[in-house]
Design a protein around this ligand. Structure first.
Ligand code: SAH
Length: 278
């Protein structure tokens, strides 16, 4: 096992890491979005992140247009359910905690959290059944100071100070991603074994025996003094490979072929380790 990684407990063929969206996802409120395309890609990002409550304050383009639907790439359901408001105050009226996202520092006394810290905060509040919302600003000018004043905290995704402003839907994706990750408790890495399994020490020992027997016969281990350390080195190489049952079977086959190959004295049935056993 690689150090610092968590191994899946089951060796079943898993195409994906286990992930689940979690309770009380925040609503996403877009304030005066300019482009239908950005509303569509926002819906897509939301669906990726397990967010489903889209609220639009005075959108400048139709969010159910072909352009918006196309950009949503299958997240039409979120567009269809989206609610339209004329004022930000109305869009957040039923929420208990609102996070206003901004790319720029403003002249006001207010806590600014990173998206990661806000994600943890949202998870804590969400677990306590609070209703949450994320405010996103206009493509051109962001949120006004008045709108920031309606929020509990500001959220900034720390980016290159020379170029920190994200595209609207990309900002939704980054903040949504952090929210999703904050609830992820699966392993950091898993190995996909398909139909095979990691080999047991018993089967690995049989491979060592087979290999060392052949290496003795061909003379590779003829130096008695060096033999013990050479054997340990070879074993360590194979231990590091974290071999599967199938790979061990292949190595038994390789050792047999190296011994007899296409040689004329090749016996009809090759003696040696019963490959079928492993
Ligand atoms: N030109 C605007 C930025 C508009 S980007 C400005 O200078 O304010 C559209 C929206 O995406 C922003 O209002 C904000 O809600 C979000 N956004 C973009 N970049 C962000 C960042 N680095 N951190 C947090 N939110 C960001």
């Amino acid at each position: 096992m690689t150090l610092g990684r968590t191994q899946a407990t089951s060796y079943a063929d898993k195409a994906r890491l286990p992930a689940k969206p979690g309770a009380n996802p925040p609503a996403v409120i877009l304030v005066e979005p300019q482009l239908g395309e950005n509303i569509g890609t926002t819906a897509r990002a939301m669906m990726n992140c397990g967010l489903n409550d889209l609220r639009l304050v005075d959108p400048k383009e139709d969010w159910l247009s072909e352009k918006a639907r196309g950009a949503s790439s299958g997240a039409d359901a979120i567009l269809e359910k989206a609610q339209k408001f004329t004022k930000v105050e109305d869009a957040i009226a039923d929420l208990e905690c609102v996070y206003a996202t901004t790319a720029r520092r403003r002249e006001m006394v207010k806590t600014v959290m990173t998206a990661r810290a806000a994600a943890g905060d949202m998870r804590t509040r969400g677990a306590a059944a609070q209703r949450l919302g994320l405010l996103f600003g206009r493509e051109r000018i962001g949120l006004t100071n008045h709108e920031l004043g309606l929020a509990n905290v500001l959220v900034e995704v720390p980016m290159n100070p020379e170029h920190s402003s994200l595209n609207l839907a990309q900002a939704v994706l980054v903040v949504g991603y952090e929210w999703f990750q904050a609830g992820y408790d699966g392993p950091d890495a898993v190995t996909t074994y398909n139909k095979t399994m990691p080999v047991t020490k018993e089967l690995l020992q049989e491979l060592f025996d087979h290999l060392e027997e052949e290496l003795d016969l061909c003379g590779f281990l003829r130096n008695d003094e060096k033999r013990p350390s050479m054997v340990v080195n070879i074993r360590n190489m194979l231990q590091r490979a974290e071999l599967t049952v199938q790979e061990v079977r292949t190595l038994h086959g390789i050792i047999k072929e190296l011994r007899y190959g296409r040689r004329e004295d090749r016996p009809k049935r090759q003696p040696g380790y019963k490959v079928d056993k492993v």
